[in-house]
Design a protein around this ligand. Sequence first.
Ligand SMILES: [Zn+2]
Length: 260
Amino acid sequence: MSTFESGRHDARYAEAKEQEIDMTPALEQMNAWFDEFNGLVFADELPKVRIVFTNTRTQLGQFFYGSRGMGIKISLFYDCTEEQFRNSLLHEMCHLYCYCRGWIREGHGRRWREIAAFASRKTGLEIKRVTDISGWKPAPGNEDRLAAVKAKKKKRMNAPALVVDLEYDTYHFLVRLSKTCLFNSADRHGNLTTGAKSCRIVISDVPRFLSYQYSRSIRRGYKYSTEEYEQTVKPLLDKGVQVRSVLAVRKGEYDRLGIR
Ligand SMILES: [Zn+2]
C-alpha cells in the first residue's frame, strides 16, 4: 500500500504501521464515496483518480495534477466526522470536474461555485470554498504538532510586526520579516525595493499584521490588489510607525521596541 507521497507522509505511514492502524478500510471507504458522488452529482463522467491520505494541518484536501497523474489528497490531521471527510472529498471532486472540463485555472471561481452548489443540493452536504478549521480537534497523535503551532503563533502575536510594504503596478506585496531577516535582506540586496515602485517599512501591532507568518525572504508574503490595499490594508498600516530606512534605526532600538 503505497498511498503516501512525500517524506512527511511516509513518516505518517510508518507511524500508522507501528500503531497497526490499517488504512485500507479508510481508502476503500473514500473510493466508495467517490463512486457514489460521481454517480449522484457528475453523471459518472469523472475519471477514477487516485486518492491519497496526507497529514496536512492547513489543508483538508487538495486536487492535484501533473506528470505523475492526477488525484485527490485528503488530510487525516483532524479528527473528522464522516460528514466532514465526505465534504472534503466532494469539494475536491468539484475541482476535478472543472479540470476535466478544461477550466484548469478555475480555482474557486464562478464555475466551481456553480458545481459546488449543485453538488450540495444533490447530496445534502454544504460545500464551501473555505472551511473554518479553527477549534477542530487534531486526530490522535497530532496533538503535539498542533500545540507547537499554537505556541509559535502566540509568540508571533506578542511581538510587534516589522512589515515591508512593496508597491507594484497593480498590487501591493506585504512581508513580515524578523529583525535578523530584515537586516540580512537589506545587507544582501542593498535595499529591499528591487523591482518595486516603492517600499516602506512599518512597525505595527495591528492584529492583522501580527498574525502574518514570519518570512525569511521578501518573496514570500501577502498579496493585495491595489483596490483592496487602499480600502482595507493601508488604513491599518498607517496606524503603525514608519521606519525611514532599515539601518537608520539602530539595532538596539529594535530591541527596545520588542521586535524579534
Ligand atoms: Zn478548493
